[in-house]
Design a protein around this ligand. Structure first.
Ligand SMILES: NC(=O)C1=CN([C@@H]2O[C@H](COP(=O)(O)OP(=O)(O)OC[C@H]3O[C@@H](n4cnc5c(N)ncnc54)[C@H](O)[C@@H]3O)[C@@H](O)[C@H]2O)C=CC1
Length: 532
């Protein structure tokens, strides 16, 4: 039944797909859950309909998957890097060939638009190609020692790694973790989020078809309990986790018990700083890209948009105009630019942040309401209108005549400072399509405010002043700083957090370090000089 889910895809439209095949994969095949108890419905976000059941794996199933991964690791780790590369390149080729079908399934399960899902699938095969390219380059050093003795280091895999993923980029996260792991000679057991369990098993089938040993990439379904079984398992060498800060802390704590290596990709509340000397149209486009991809459910989003006071009115006018024009609706339509949020509770949580923002004095410049598309089949979907939370204090402090004409200002707002750094919507990760816009006056002030957060995943700056751009980039307490763009994350670039956004890196050459270890081999060429 290897491709039956995908084979049903070409004619599929929103509201028509039901998945009944098992979603676990180990020992080279899909594996039926041992018992159906604790099954959880998985919803299609665009319709609210049940897409499939997610049945969590228990201790015996987790152990079976890990044993199967360990057996595969014994074979795979002994192959030359170039041999591993060949298999990985074949997997990348198959993904490329099936990109439309996989993207469709991803859009149906996650709610992101087909346009974005296709970009995600392209990132996935590129990731596998990139690490296949590095697999043959893994090497150690040769070090000369006195008396002709020498030493060398070998770069070796860690063993069985565990990947625990979030629901916002299901296929991408599975490949971002497995590609470097496999390139280094490891096996990996992957647990997708219980809300987006559908596409990881497709990746497992593709790796199998490409020729990896059975068990090399396993998929176990489940939530917190299954995740914790993985983190506690003695045969697991490393856990790479993507998700929230509270769960990341638990993963670290559990992994510490048996001294497993850990990579944590956690949340963010990233600043995007827009100076008055920016190219305004690009800054507006950048702010939209920083906030509204995947319905705003992106960890590195620049959700605190600091705008220099002098250009605030023009910026807001343009950003609001474009936000209102975002077509929200059926994710499978090529013209849609925003689909539904992942779940009903997530939608309620995000709408709750908007109401809280209003209570705390923020001004809703547009959106922030539940949205019901006109297509009747989407009535039960988890849609909302993209939201900009703003400020109008620019008008009393140096606003221009232009500002007075902006449609969304009314006279009562003229003396109110609406969005402030201490508001919940500005401090906490919302994980939805909500942009908070804040005014600033000086570079020094905005750097201090931008860094005043426990998160540190990303940051951005728009300016035409080259010195300022690099000065600000150097001052950001964040793993990435985008200059004059936002959310550009190609596979070649290291990605990861500062502060409570996590540690370790994904993507880029450096990730090889996080999936391998060095062995030092010391060679004596003469006699042993003993002190005894
Ligand atoms: N940094 C990022 O890329 C992401 C951050 N988030 C943040 O997390 C929030 C909640 O999203 P969730 O998916 O519910 O995140 P979460 O942190 O609850 O779950 C992430 C993954 O960890 C697993 N998990 C949960 N409890 C576990 C435990 N005790 N031991 C081991 N694994 C466990 C989940 O099943 C899922 O696969 C979002 O609102 C957002 O703030 C969510 C998705 C991605």
């Amino acid at each position: 039944m290897a491709q039956s889910t995908l084979d049903s895809m070409p004619g599929a439209s929103t509201g028509t797909v039901v998945i009944t095949e098992p979603l676990n994969f180990w020992g080279g095949k899909r594996v039926k859950p041992r018992e159906e108890k604790n099954a959880e419905p998985v919803f299609e976000p665009a319709t609210g309909r049940v897409l499939c059941q997610m049945v969590p794996c228990g201790a015996e199933e987790v152990d079976e998957a890990i044993q199967s991964a360990y057996a595969a690791y014994q074979k795979w780790s002994k192959m030359a890097g170039m041999e591993r590369a060949r298999v990985m390149l074949e997997a990348a080729r198959i993904i490329r060939e099936r990109r439309e079908k996989i993207a469709k399934l991803e859009a149906i399960n996650n709610g992101k638009t087909i346009t974005e899902a296709l970009v995600n699938i392209d990132i996935s095969w590129k990731s596998i190609e990139y690490y296949a390219g590095l697999a043959g380059t893994l090497a150690g050093q040769h070090i000369q020692l006195p008396g002709g003795a020498f030493a060398y280091s070998r770069r070796e895999p860690l063993g069985v790694c565990v990947g625990i993923g979030a629901w916002n980029f299901p296929f991408v996260i599975a490949t971002m973790k497995s590609a470097p792991a496999l390139a280094c000679g490891n096996a990996i057991v992957y647990k997708p989020s219980p809300m987006a369990p559908v596409t990881a098993v497709i990746l497992a089938e593709i790796y199998k078809e490409a020729g990896v040993p059975d068990g090399l990439f396993c998929v176990v379904q489940g939530g917190a309990e299954t995740g914790s079984l993985l983190c506690h398992h003695p045969k697991v060498a490393k856990v790479s986790f993507t998700g929230s800060v509270p769960t990341g802390k638990k993963v670290m704590e559990m992994s510490a018990k048996s001294v497993k290596q850990v990579t944590l990709e956690l949340g963010g509340k990233s600043p995007l700083i827009i100076f008055k000397d920016c190219e305004l149209e690009n800054a507006v486009k950048g702010a939209l890209m920083a906030n509204f991809l995947t319905q705003g459910q992106v960890c590195c989003n620049g959700t605190r948009v600091f705008v220099q006071r002098e250009i605030m009115p023009q910026f807001l006018e343009e950003v609001v105009k474009r936000t209102k024009a975002i077509p929200v609706g059926d994710p499978l339509l090529g013209s849609t630019r925003m689909g539904p949020l992942i779940s009903k509770p997530q939608l309620e949580k995000v709408l709750g942040f908007v109401s809280q923002a209003k209570k705390e004095g923020a001004r809703v410049l547009c959106g922030g309401d539940p949205f019901v598309p006109s297509d009747p089949k989407l009535k039960g979907g988890y849609f909302m209108s993209p939201c900009v939370l703003g400020t109008s204090n620019t008008l009393v402090n140096g606003g221009t005549a232009h500002a007075q004409s902006a449609l969304f200002f009314n006279t009562q707002s003229l003396s109110t400072d609406n969005c402030r750094d201490d508001m919940t919507c500005v401090k906490e990760e919302i994980f939805g399509p909500v942009m908070s816009v804040l005014p600033f006056d000086t570079e020094e002030e905005v750097i201090q405010r931008a860094n005043n957060t426990t998160f540190g995943l990303a940051s951005g700056v728009f300016t035409r002043d080259i010195s300022r751009a690099h000065r600000v980039a150097a001052s950001m307490e964040a793993g990435t700083c985008f200059i004059n763009n936002y959310n550009i994350n190609p596979i070649e670039l290291p990605f990861g957090g500062y502060k409570m956004s996590g540690f370790g890196r994904e993507n880029g050459q450096v990730t090889i370090e996080y999936y391998s270890q060095l062995k030092t081999v010391v060679v004596e060429m003469g006699d042993v000089e003993s002190l005894f």
